[in-house]
Design a protein around this ligand. Sequence first.
Ligand code: GDP
Length: 691
Amino acid sequence: MLRTSTGDAPIDLSAPRRAPPGAGRPRSDDDDRAGLRRAGGAAKPGSAEVRVPKVGGDKSRGRLTLTNALEADAERIRSVAAFRRRVQRMSGNRGSNEPKEKLSREVVVPETITIQELANRMSERAVDVIRFLMKQGQMLKITDVVDADTAQLIAEDMGHTVRRVAEADVEEGLFNLPDDDGALSPRPAVVTIMGHVDHGKTSLLDAVRRTNVVSGEAGGITQHIGAYQVSTPSGARVTFIDTPGHAAFTQMRARGAKVTDIVVLVVAANDSVMPQTIEAINHAKAAKVPLIVAINKIDLPDARPERVKTDLIQHEIQVESLGGDVLEVELSAKTRLNIDKLLESIALQAELLNLTANPDRPAEGTVIEAKLDRGRGPVATVLVQRGTLRPGDIVVAGSEWGRVRALLGDTGATLKEAPPSMPVEVLGFNGTPEAGDRVAVVESEARAREITDYRVRQKRDIAAARGTSGAGRSLVDMMRDLKVSAGRKEFPLLVKGDVQGSVEAIVGALDKLGNDEVRSRVLLSGVGGINESDVTLAQASGAVVIGFNVRANKEAREAAERAGVEIRYYNIIYDLVDDVKAAMSGLLAPTRRETMLGTATMLEIFNITKVGKIAGCRVAEGTIERGQHVRLIRDNTVIHEGKLSTLKRFKDDVKEVQVGQECGMSFENYQDIRAGDVVECYRIEEIKRTL
Ligand code: GDP
């Protein structure tokens, strides 16, 4: 036995050691050769000889003093580390898995992160992260990028907390800083014209501009950019933007740019409501932007404006002349009839909206279109939304920035400044931004660079992350499933009613239902019959459609049947709410309650060919029932849980056996039974929970 230098753990060194050659071999009696052996090992005398002169020198002696000193005692003491290694080896390498005081860290997770970086931030080994991902079916390398959701999942699984930094605080304060009410002044309304193809959008835009020019507005006639400002007869100004379609409109909205204040819906009086008209209505509704209906082409002999109005009701657009609140103008873009009236309606609607912005602040806006001009470089048409844009300002848009070289108005004239709602062409960007990018003026080039660098990086990382998770998708899927199973369940609904009041009451009542586990989510609510697009929406989100005092039209009924969407009709709100409550209760996980029935002790085990093992038991307490759950207990340890498959008394199958009686039992999918095992029989009741 020997004591280590630490002196606290005696170990036995008599067993063969596996120390490095030379370092830990028992001393030979020849001292000189010891140094030699140390260097090369006895097994290789040749090489050892070569090294003799080197190793045998004073220098190496100096290096060996410690060992020599220890060896001189004829007892060798290992280093503490070696000792620890040995202990680890002996205990089956448990050391590496030994919980080393696991530290839970707050891990800062940006939008995307490489596995290496994530591992570093968690102070975990990257291989552990990769192993975790492998278990989820994802094969990733240390340099691969994962998105924030995945990173969060990994970090939380490894016992860390996560702090997600949204858009790495670089962008903080760039947009939407609040203004004082006092600083706000009125601004022109921004109008988008939408409608079905060939219903006259372009002609109307044209007519508006020409009318305006004719009415004495200075400037050229040629439209310079995809947006322009006109004056209404009453003197208010209105900005028209020429978006390339509904999709672009909604896409811009999706990117956080609410550009339009009012949508003018062009419907040709000879054609009435067409698919793109409906689309436009939906887009405008989704954006919560008020509509003005322009019934175009009334100069045509087959124009039937009344039909347009009635058709629109189906899509919940009730125009003023039919008692609704949507302004409508019957006009002709071709003959420019009633264009003034349209402008007045816009002005009226704009007044209702009370549109304001603070002109005295750094400008903010949205890129409406952008192109690379041969002579002028990148040119972006920007709608200024707040503040005032001036030449010399440093602007950031998407991942591009620049110093404003010149501002050009809709007629091509150079401007000194662009106040809110003014569309301008901006020259001076270093690259071409994208339509829909939000524009902001920043205080310095450095800040502009910081933001754009970050965005470029982010774009690249997001693309990379999408690439990797796109391949397997399993993690993403898993996360979603996880959210579904662990998080709150949602009960999606579409509510249509006869009047706004009852719809609101229903939505209000439904909102109050629910608890931590389940809640209702009204995807869409509105007044009017249930139509096909409601059903499509319901299908897409797995929702139930509820009609309160309204019915589905034929197309909707058929679509619902095809898609398997449930439509329910009600005329009493309480019934409706009760039903939804009951349905939502179905989403609550039931509570399981266990009732003990009885116990039995196995006396003897019979092995019956073809049947398997049968336990001969005596019921110790209560009753044993066939088909119920059983638990097998051996030495107070549960060894199996399952079901009782047969229960016999003598030769007969019985349903239950009472206390004190003997019986034979066999178990579903379990054979390892022994005399002395205890059988516990219990019933599980699932208790439905209600809200
Ligand atoms: P867009 O596809 O919606 O932009 O429609 P356009 O503005 O290109 O117009 C489609 C067609 O309808 C063109 O041939 C126009 O001349 C015609 N059009 C537009 N407005 C009127 C109108 O008020 N009356 C008549 N008769 N034709 C019109």
